[in-house]
Design a protein around this ligand. Structure first.
Ligand SMILES: Nc1ncnc2c1ncn2[C@@H]1O[C@H](COP(=O)(O)OP(=O)(O)O)[C@@H](O)[C@H]1O
Ligand SMILES: [Mg+2]
Length: 277
């Protein structure tokens, strides 16, 4: 297999819903795009159409049309702010498991062609420990677990990390604390979580940083515009830009073969195993 340009594939995930994954995914995507990276955002939350609502987009087609061979990836991709590309996945994700091997090869090819034009793929997942969510996280190179300061958020994050570690052997996680009241509170949240994981699990957690609770982010949601666009000088925008800078500096994991190809191959492989089980 020929060596392709590395693409970072990052899952944004959480144990609990409503912690800010979609807002973080969208705004990180915008921030990285503004830094000159070519970024696509895969909306992999099947239960709610998330990303499109936040961006005021109305997708006509989604990944399932690509899987059925009716559309190409290019056809279904939407243009978001700052050149951010949005891939609506919707029910396409579940259909991955049902593909014939020829269809699988088609999807893998579709993604690997995109490989040339992309630096980062952000995967916005649903919350929780359902297998389809977990499969997404497992298929990505980097996993960001979003937590916030609610007792259930931390326990759910712990349960989620434990599952990914014990059942799937993943041992490296990035943590973002969202809706924090202060820099210290974010750091404390991380410390609390890593104290428990250090004690009971063999995993390494790294703190990417915190995003403050910000009314401007809520206003931006109402305007269906990423906060980075609507209120670029707000404190949440500033924090998310810092996260993007940090993420951009993560060492890239070099692997043989196509990056996106590998991601899609794993997605298909994991979802088919589930069917067999
Ligand atoms: N930093 C923040 N400050 C204030 N409110 C926030 C922040 N992040 C998220 N929210 C609120 O939480 C809601 C849920 O966020 P969302 O990104 O949809 O979460 P998830 O994708 O995890 O379900 C948003 O609509 C917004 O009102
Ligand atoms: Mg969401």
């Amino acid at each position: 297999m020929r060596q392709q340009k590395p693409v970072r594939v990052i899952a944004v995930t959480s144990g609990k819903g409503g912690v800010g994954k979609t807002n973080l995914s969208v705004n990180l995507g915008v921030a990285l795009s503004k830094m000159g990276r070519r970024v696509a955002l895969l909306d992999a939350d099947m239960s709610l159409a998330n990303v499109d609502i936040l961006l005021g987009l109305s997708p006509q087609y989604n990944l399932s049309h690509v899987l059925q061979g009716e559309k190409t990836l290019d056809d279904i991709m939407l243009e978001g702010p700052a050149g951010l590309k949005v891939i609506p996945a919707s029910s396409g994700v579940q259909k991955m498991a049902e593909l014939s091997s020829i269809e699988q090869a088609g999807v893998i090819r579709a993604f690997s062609e995109m490989n040339q034009n992309l630096d980062v793929l952000i995967v916005d997942t649903a919350a929780g420990i359902s297998s389809s969510v977990v499969n997404f996280a497992r298929a990505c190179q980097e996993i960001i677990v979003v937590v916030c300061d609610e007792p259930t958020s931390l326990t759910d994050a712990y349960a989620y990390i434990k599952l990914l570690n014990r059942d799937y052997g993943l041992n490296s996680f990035h943590i973002v604390a969202n809706m924090v009241q202060s820099v210290q509170q974010g750091q404390q949240l991380f410390n609390k979580l890593s104290m428990v994981t250090d004690k009971y699990l063999d995993v390494s957690l790294r703190y990417t940083g915190g995003v403050p609770f910000d009314e401007y982010l809520r206003k931006a949601v109402q305007k269906q515009t990423p906060v980075l666009e609507a209120f670029p000088r707000s404190k949440s925008s500033l924090a998310i830009r810092n996260l993007a800078l940090k993420i951009d500096g993560w060492p890239i994991k070099i692997q043989p073969g196509g990056y996106l190809e590998f991601f899609v191959e794993r997605m298909i492989q994991y979802s088919s195993h589930e069917d067999a089980a």
